[in-house]
Design a protein around this ligand. Structure first.
Ligand SMILES: [Zn+2]
Ligand SMILES: [Zn+2]
Length: 229
């Protein structure tokens, strides 16, 4: 087998191999999201007798259901930062493969027509050189044999980074941030792909737009989500 140097998604150290993207030291630091999970957003919840997390009990979501691959922790926070801001596009490929391996069954059960990455504003995508969500989505799609439609939804407002805003400001900030792209096909069921799930405001905004335009079921997959204590 031909081996080439790759980088570990967590420590950025060199790993050798054709796939994987994780060094043996870092492997135990990734915590796969598992049951008990919120039946709506997929976030891990501490107590198994509950069906939904506190957020999903309070907020009416527009998406139908979602899953995250990992519990958001400090090593992942740094990893996703490098994926977005330090040109580590390759991490997205690895996360896409991991999502296919660990959430493949959940995604197959969704029976979606297409995978749609959460779009970046063209200006931001140009300066970054890629949309990290699209990198993840393309690998996920090629692994599972599901088409990926990158421009089905477009971001037309270059919004302030959500982490700088209070939860109340987030939804306002996203108002009219997305429009439908120029597609003739109508998709009945889709899965959105993004890097992190926090309050779900971005996923909700896109879901409500899609449902307004005839998509009946909207699911999502993210690399990481927080865990409810
Ligand atoms: Zn490592
Ligand atoms: Zn939830």
């Amino acid at each position: 087998m031909f081996l080439f140097p790759d980088r570990c998604v967590l420590c950025d150290g060199t790993v050798w191999g054709s796939d994987g993207g994780l060094c043996p030291m870092c492997r135990p630091m990734l915590i796969y999201s598992r049951e008990p999970r919120c039946l709506k957003c997929g976030k891990m919840i501490g107590r198994s007798e509950r069906e939904y997390c506190g957020d999903c009990l309070r907020i009416k979501h527009f998406f139908d259901r979602g899953f995250s691959l990992f519990v958001y922790n400090d090593p992942l926070r740094k990893s996703i930062y490098r994926l977005k801001y330090k040109n580590r596009q390759r991490y997205g490929y690895h996360f896409g493969k991991m999502a296919a391996d660990h959430l493949g069954n959940e995604i197959k059960e969704m029976k979606v027509d297409a995978i749609i990455p959460v779009p970046l504003h063209p200006k931001r995508e140009f300066s970054r050189g890629y949309n990290q969500a699209a990198v993840i989505a393309k690998k996920l799609g090629s692994e599972l044999g599901i088409p990926v439609l990158e421009d089905y939804v477009l971001r037309v407002k270059n919004t302030a980074p959500l982490k700088l805003l209070e939860p109340g400001q987030r939804q306002n900030n996203l108002k009219n941030a997305f429009i439908m792209g120029q597609y003739d096909v109508k998709l009945n069921s889709i899965v959105l792909v993004d890097d992190i799930y926090t309050t779900g405001s971005t996923i909700d905004e896109i879901s409500s737009l899609l449902k307004l335009h005839g998509t009946r079921e909207v699911y999502f997959i993210t690399v990481a989500a927080g865990m409810e204590k």
